[in-house]
Design a protein around this ligand. Structure first.
Ligand code: NAD
Length: 496
């Protein structure tokens, strides 16, 4: 077992209703995907723990020491959380790396982004204004916002601390209580975040962290009548199921789902920049990223040259030990996930794809012990092939030539997903035109996979609904209320 900072993670307890205790589910053995060594054992939750957490959460948020605090007082707690995350950056980066195998540079960046997310929403809640609206009578009219109550936050395994923070920070800032369910395979960083929140002054019961199975813990949370909002990040199939249950309860949901994002390289692009951007867009995080640019459209006149150069650059990426600063790609999350990717690679070959590089597991340097997979590039396929239509969530890129803007846009938009897109061109008018024509929640022009917490993030089509981040991201966790405040000296005329 690994030695982790004991102030972040201690034995096998989980955080239920303000208490550190063993969950009532089976123990989960957390392993390091880079070599399959055991990280630690964590108990998991069941519907019983969900019941305890939600019951207490429903009492805790209403108290004077949480929803009753002045906005600047709650903001101070969020600032404390951010400072503690910064202070424990190395311990948290280590936990996150051991949990899902991401390279240390990436996990450090995720931890920094989590701290900044808490800071950002602290500022939002302190500066957010309700409104006195133009009145149509002898009364004052107001538009005010209040907490929703118990929020369920359900997160995936690819960037746990950052996705947790994107939900916890606005939900807590708004005065709610939160029951967080991290992915079954990555509970460590989320439990550490709970310790930090506790130390930072989040009152008892306002936060619970319940690791465990989605079909057990996640499902019980979504169905619970006292849960008033679900904020979910994960796959489209699970998200759709949650939306169905939420419809029955008439409960608002935010869904951040899958993607199959197009990256477009025009003939006039700065090719050095484009090659770097395309590689980063698909192969960073080993392709386990919702916004991975997994369909590459290249203008036909530069297609051969571009794909040859790109292939060479992909073969130079360093795949291996995630603890090394110079590693580009760590392992995939699990044996099962690598097998899924291998099935997609076999499918691409069956469909007539030409393998330009990768398509296998790397060997040497101890990599046989982990779930590594080489960066893989195909061409010779069309956009309607299965590997171009389904999310693979791994290091597999399909390059497709295009002729003319119209057919390009048609193909780029021919996907059930609409999460993100990238454009590489020096022609600023074309960049603007194409960015407007693409059906995606985020478009990057001459860059890729860059984020600002101040800029909203949302998926179109099967990539989701609702918004995260941005100044108004906090409103996703608030209920609007209108107040009419009579000022007339006379009774309402009707009853006269
Ligand atoms: P997943 O949908 O399998 O699981 C996500 C979370 O939902 C986990 O915590 C899981 O335990 C839980 N869950 C599973 N079944 C559930 C159920 N029936 N009820 C309630 N909760 C349930 O996704 P994953 O494999 O963890 O993550 C990969 C997916 O997440 C990819 O599709 C990826 O594109 C997507 N993702 C999207 C974004 C975004 O912002 N749009 C970000 C990261 C990942």
């Amino acid at each position: 077992m690994s030695a982790f900072d004991p102030t972040l993670l201690e034995n096998d307890k989980i955080f239920v209703a303000g208490e550190w205790r063993r969950g009532t589910g089976d123990a989960y053995v957390s392993i390091y995907p880079a070599d399959q060594s055991v990280n630690t054992e964590v108990s998991t939750a069941t519907a019983r723990d969900v019941q305890d957490a939600v019951d207490i959460a429903d009492v805790a948020w209403r108290k004077p020491d949480w929803a009753g605090l002045k906005a600047h007082e709650r903001a101070a707690v969020l600032h404390n959380i951010a400072s503690l995350i910064d202070a424990k950056q190395e311990g948290l980066s280590l936990l996150q790396r051991r949990d899902n195998g991401k390279p240390i540079k990436e996990t450090r960046a995720l931890v920094r982004s989590a701290a900044n997310t808490f800071r950002y929403f602290a500022s939002c809640v302190e500066t957010l204004e309700d409104a006195v609206t133009p009145s149509r009578g002898d009364y004052i009219t107001m538009n005010v916002h209040e907490p929703m109550g118990v929020v369920a936050a359900i997160t995936p395994w690819n960037s746990p601390i950052a996705s947790d923070a994107q939900k916890l920070a606005p939900a807590l800032a708004a005065g709610n209580s939160v029951v967080l369910k991290p992915a079954e395979v990555t509970p460590l960083a989320s439990l550490a975040l709970a310790r930090i929140c506790e130390e930072a002054g989040v009152p008892k019961g306002v936060l619970s962290v319940l690791p465990g199975k989605g079909s057990v813990v996640g499902d019980a949370l979504v169905r619970h009548p006292l849960v008033k909002k679900v904020s979910f990040t994960g796959g489209t199939t699970v998200g759709r199921g949650i939306a169905r249950l939420a419809a029955e309860k008439l409960m608002p949901v935010s869904l951040e789902l899958g993607g199959k994002s197009p990256t477009i390289v025009f003939e006039d692009a700065d090719l050095d920049h484009a090659i770097n951007g395309v590689l980063y867009g698909i192969f960073s995080s080993s392709g386990e990223s919702c916004i991975a640019g997994s369909r590459l459209f290249v203008a036909r006149e530069i297609f051969d040259e571009f794909v040859t150069r790109l292939t060479h650059a992909a073969q130079c990426l360093r795949v291996g030990d995630p603890s090394r600063e110079d590693t580009h790609m760590g392992p995939l999350i699990s044996k099962q996930h690598r097998e899924t990717i291998e099935r997609y690679v076999a499918k691409a070959l069956e469909e007539g794809g030409r393998l330009r590089c990768g398509g296998e597991r790397p060997t040497g340097n101890g990599r046989e012990a982990g779930f590594f997979y080489l960066p893989t590039i195909f061409d010779g396929l069309t956009n309607d092939s299965r590997v171009c239509q389904e999310e693979i969530f791994g290091p597999v890129l399909v390059a497709l030539p295009f002729d003319g803007e119209e057919s390009l846009i048609e193909q780029a938009n021919d996907s059930v997903f609409g999460l993100a897109a990238g454009i590489w061109t020096r022609d600023y008018k074309r960049a603007w035109r194409v960015s407007k024509a693409l059906a995606a929640g985020t478009v990057w022009i001459n860059t890729y996979k860059q984020f600002s917490i101040s800029t909203p993030f949302s998926g179109w089509k099967d990539s989701g609904m609702g918004r995260e981040k941005g100044y108004l991201g906090i409103r996703e966790y608030m209920q609007q209320k209108s107040v009419y405040w009579g000022m007339n000296d006379q009774p309402i005329a009707w009853a006269k």
